[in-house]
Write a protein that binds this ligand. Structure first.
Ligand SMILES: O=P(O)(O)OC[C@@]1(O)O[C@H](CO)[C@@H](O)[C@@H]1O
Length: 386
């Protein structure tokens, strides 16, 4: 981490965080309410959350909130959602939403994912069929490893929360704003890959395809897929979503089913493990992760963080000068680390001065949040003492 860290992004830091708290969260509440025949108690709780999240203050959580106490709840209670770190507020929103719909129970709605209809619709979409059909002639269009890495990278555009902000969607720009992929492949020579997943559906499918390919070709011996322990940021992947994606692959026509079988047998014999660590839904940067998770990443040949939120948590949700080296902001990480991300928030590191100037000249600030640009960043030496 650089000696003088950049300012932490708050809900009041600029138009983007503010719009997520003031507009995206209320839209998510409405979307969820329309997707299920929730009873009066849940409707009432959703109404109360709608009001609280825009006009109220952070409140204590019902039930056993000891985890959230450790993550700073007591210090933030009573403050406006906009006046605390944005990452914290957003994460707290999803926890509150799940409380409102009875996800944590007890009761009949316990464990019912309020985002599942949207995730399934995406998994069943014809675009997913098209992407899977493309596997049939993967070898005839250049390097299959590269194609699957890029599939996993651009799969990150499939973020249902992000798509609620329609104005932000646009055509993807193929050129990456940073591309360290040449440093990534040499790290994959038979060890364990940890992949910290982001979204379900059309992002998780290519993530799984990449893992299957790496296992099949012997580039890795084992993979650990980190998913969320509960529904989060609308489309973030949980264990149930992994199973849905796997079933989608095994029942697909053509080459896709072969990838599905590889993954199925790898799960069954332990070469592919799924983890749902509580810290995966923590409102904190990964630099504050607990020892067991740190030890797991330390033992991996490479840990890949997928997506925008994981990037924010990896480098710190701060307004870094864009030319701050990625290696510097990840120097505390206990092993080699990579980020595959489309740019959907203000946080950015590791750009060359030329790239930053070109992006600013062409798009002002829009390139940071529009989801049209992507990066592959690698710190092969982030193996500071554990
Ligand atoms: O992590 P993901 O799915 O790539 O993106 C998450 C995201 O849509 O949510 C946040 C705003 O709510 C931003 O970090 C980002 O725009």
């Amino acid at each position: 981490m650089p000696d003088s860290a950049a300012p932490v992004i708050l809900g009041t830091t600029g138009p983007f965080p503010r719009s997520v708290l003031a507009e995206r969260h209320p839209a998510i509440i409405r979307q969820v309410r329309d997707a299920f025949p929730y009873g009066p108690a849940q409707q009432h709780a959703l109404d109360a959350l709608l009001h609280n999240c825009t006009e109220g203050v952070i409140e204590p959580l019902p039930g056993d909130a000891s985890g959230w106490r450790d993550w700073g709840l007591d210090g933030y209670a009573g403050r406006s959602w906009f006046d605390v770190p944005w990452l914290w507020s957003e994460s707290y929103f999803y926890r509150r939403l799940l409380d409102a719909v009875g996800y944590f129970g007890p009761g009949p709605w316990q464990g019912i994912d309020p985002f599942r209809p949207f995730k399934l619709a995406e998994l069943d979409a014809k675009e997913t069929d098209e992407e899977l059909a493309a596997l049939d002639d993967l070898g005839s269009h250049g390097d299959p490893d590269r194609a699957l890495l890029h599939g996993s990278l651009w799969g990150n555009r499939a973020d249902l929360g992000f798509r609620l902000s329609a104005a932000e969607s646009g055509e993807a720009v193929a050129a990456l704003v940073a591309d360290d992929s040449a440093a990534l492949w040499p790290l994959l020579h038979g060890g364990t890959l940890c992949l910290v997943a982001d979204n379900a559906g059309r992002e998780l499918v290519p993530d799984l395809l990449l893992i299957a390919r790496l296992l099949d070709t012997g580039r890795i011996a084992r993979a650990v897929l980190h998913v969320k322990p509960y529904p989060y940021y609308v489309s973030d992947a949980t264990t149930a979503d992994v199973l849905d994606a796997l079933r989608r692959l095994t029942t697909a026509p053509g080459a896709a089913a072969g990838y599905g079988r590889t993954l199925w047998s790898a799960m069954a014999d332990g070469r592919l493990a799924v983890r749902a660590h509580p810290f995966s839904c923590a409102p904190l940067p990964y630099s504050e992760m607990p020892g067991d998770l740190r030890a797991e990443f330390a033992s991996a040949a490479l840990t890949i963080f997928k997506g925008d939120l994981n990037y924010r948590r990896l480098v710190g949700d701060r307004l870094w000068p864009p030319t701050t080296p990625f290696a510097e902001v990840t120097d505390w990480f206990p092993g080699p680390v990579a980020a595959l991300r489309t740019l959907k928030s203000d946080v950015i590191t590791g750009l060359s001065a030329d790239t930053e100037a070109t992006l600013d000249a062409a798009e002002a600030e829009r390139w940071r949040t529009a989801g049209t640009h992507a990066l592959i960043q690698v710190n092969p030496h982030a193996s500071a003492a554990t």
